[in-house]
Ligand binder design. Structure first.
Ligand code: SAM
Length: 278
């Protein structure tokens, strides 16, 4: 049996992923090879001829086979970085996206201290980051999915903020009592008929993706329930789809919520909206 080297494995896998039309082939190969072999990024560059243990080579090839099936790297490895911290992900939670980081930033910009609720917490990316970035924030993280809540609780524990977070299974505000200085959500907002890449359609839970026929059902539920749960002077921050700003502003106005700030994503499109009640 011939021994395989780092460079040989990398080149073959890169070719396979590129030929399958995967645009991030080089980056994906590097991350999967590092995970399978335990080598660092620098090792791949300075020691390309290093021989790889057969067991690590088999594991790497299994990872590549999964990537060829369009499974995202974060799902293969079970972890995704969000706001500089590692979050465990499972099939029950949305793979947290860089776009959501700007929505967290919008909330942090306006919140010095207080109590928040994160509706549809998934991996806990938003709620946990708020607590980790600002020690004067505490809150409730909710989800309708108990499996998602258990991943979020595990992440809160690992990232050292579980003393300021409570987890409640709830359909939006149904099981929630009390009032909050911040209501924040990245709800499901994709239209039922939208065409999605296989990485999303086959691997993110559909409960986390689809917001009904027009994609706006979650905003209707959140805006109509918010009045009773928003403290005096409180703030609502939501993530939106890139073409939904006008519609979400309209829905919120019907519930007496006025837009007062917005943030664009890394591609320059509206991604986060902030509302107050006048
Ligand atoms: C787009 S994902 C966002 C996950 C996470 N907050 C993030 O930004 O990565 C939406 C989340 O809302 C949850 N969800 C869907 N319908 C819900 C409902 N009726 N009530 C509460 N949560 C719901 C899903 O389970 C999913 O975790």
């Amino acid at each position: 049996m011939t021994t395989e080297t780092l460079a040989g494995l990398m080149a073959a896998a890169r070719k396979q992923l590129s030929e399958a039309g995967i645009e991030t082939a080089s980056l994906d190969v590097r991350l999967l090879l590092q995970a399978a072999t335990g080598f660092a990024h620098e090792d791949l560059i300075v020691m390309p001829n290093t021989a790889i243990e057969p067991r690590a080579a088999v594991l790497f090839k299994a990872y590549i086979a999964r990537r060829l099936n369009h499974e995202p790297v974060s799902r293969i490895l079970g972890t995704r970085e969000f706001y500089g911290r590692p979050f465990a992900v499972s099939p029950a939670v949305l793979d947290p996206r860089p776009d959501t980081e700007v929505v967290v930033e919008l909330a942090l910009k306006h919140m010095r201290a207080g109590r928040f609720i994160d509706l549809g917490t998934g991996s806990g990316a938003i709620a946990i980051t708020l607590c980790a970035e600002n020690p004067h924030l505490e809150g409730i993280a909710t989800d309708v999915s108990p499996e998602a809540l258990s991943i979020a609780a595990e992440n809160a524990n690992t990232l050292g903020v579980s003393n300021r977070l409570q987890f409640i299974q709830s359909n939006w505000f149904e099981q929630i009592e009390g009032q909050f200085d911040l209501i924040i959500s990245n709800p499901p907002y994709i239209k039922r008929a939208e065409n999605l890449p296989p990485e999303v359609k086959n691997f993110d839970p559909h409960l986390a993706l689809f917001g009904g026929e027009d994609g706006l059902n979650s905003y209707r539920a959140i805006a109509s329930g918010a009045a009773a749960r928003l403290a005096q002077g409180g703030l609502i921050v939501v993530e939106i789809g890139h073409d939904q700003a006008a519609k979400v502003v309209e829905i919120s106005k019907l519930c007496d919520l006025m837009l007062f700030d917005r943030v664009a994503d890394l591609g320059g499109r509206d991604r986060g909206l902030a509302f107050r009640r006048p």
